[in-house]
Design a protein around this ligand. Sequence first.
Ligand code: FUL
Length: 476
Amino acid sequence: MMRKQAEVLEEAIQVVPSERQMAWQDLEFTSFIHFGMNTFTGSEWGTGNENPELFQPKSLDCRQWVKVCKAAGMRGMILTAKHHDGFCLWPSAFTSHSVASSSWRGGQGDVVREAAAACREFGLKFGIYLSPWDRYELTYGQGEAYNTFYKNQLRELLTNYGELFCVWFDGACGEGKNGRKQEYDWQGYYDLIRELQPNAVISVCGPDVRWCGNEAGVCRASEWSVVPSYYSQLEQERMKAAGGQLPREINFTQMDLGSRKAIRGAEQLIWYPAEVDVSIRKGWFYHEEEDHTVKPLMKLLDYYYHSVGANASLLLNVPPNPEGLISRRDIEALLSLGAQLQIDFRENLAEDSTVTDSCRLDDLHSGQMTLDPNPDCYWHSGPFGKAAELILDLGDDYDINKIVLKEHIRTGQQIEKFAIYGEVEVKGKPQWKLLGKGTVLGHKRICRFTELRLQRIKVVVEQTRGFATLSAIEAY
Ligand code: FUL
């Protein structure tokens, strides 16, 4: 039975992120490291028949990877511990298809260990990608046998490499119609992760982080974090098991996942925020002939603003070369990105403002609270009337071209429509000029506009689900 709109909305107001999702949201920008057998064979999807001897990263230096990623502004790193070809970057006890079977470092090498240690040394979070699809493993397609094998590998990674912030489950499988068919024990995988790494988010084919639906480096203009539960892997499997086909409208790539219209018929809603994964070059793995495809600074900035600036996270893939190093062009691009982001967000010009509000829940939640650096100090509108307004007086006038707004997502995602104005003089008279408007704010919305000299800024919340909150207003 379809639930009533009011009932669904009432639920939407109450959906909040878990602590592990909160921690993940704060990372905002992380790196994906595609490295493995494909790096040496020039392919994107290996067959599983590759000779382990081919794996020879002579100058492997995970510290270099991490230093470059950190300089680019990234706060975490996810390594492909095993890609679809089944070759393991750590000496797994459950397969011979791993670094231990290569003469590299006399069979004593362990890339996962070095990457994890480098992340720890430089203060980045570390996560792993373990491809469910395995083209080498003989038990793949044999149900329970493969699930046991996969959980054994998972357990090694979850116990031997310190704290993980993320386990990234890729849904890709190229077996085709007549290929091997493996039923994954998703629930069993999740249980193991929750038991051994309770703080880690489970991404993509997992319950915590949603794939944004493309690999183009941009999320939706309205990227909701509260969506129907049928977008999660388990729920989809349950639905398939119960009645065969999924409804046609359930599609990760469709444009509206979370508006009032999109959630109208939903049985249940979940907090399921989006991640944008995109590569710095053409392929996910390094290929020398693609060196010229390293994206220029402007493109990388676009990725950043269209993900981190639009209520999604950015997972930027940076594939090391066969030497085991990030290449010169990628380094240059990443360093210029890091430098530009530092310039873009050098000083919050709204920091010392005086904020007046048109409404508030109580004095602990006044508009002034949006300037408190504590993320749990925030403005709360109280029962929402027609619209709510906050006016910031910066105390002086400054050249400004960006405004950052953050909802207090610990109390959910509520705002459905907002607008930002700056006070300018027209023919000697002050006037509010529209600087930006939109729908979703969520964890973070960065509005960019042509630079203006401003002293007063007005934020208007025009529509919400129940009430409105803002935990930060920043100007740059
Ligand atoms: C896809 C995979 O098939 C690609 O090789 C890559 O790992 C990408 C991130 O996900 O599904």
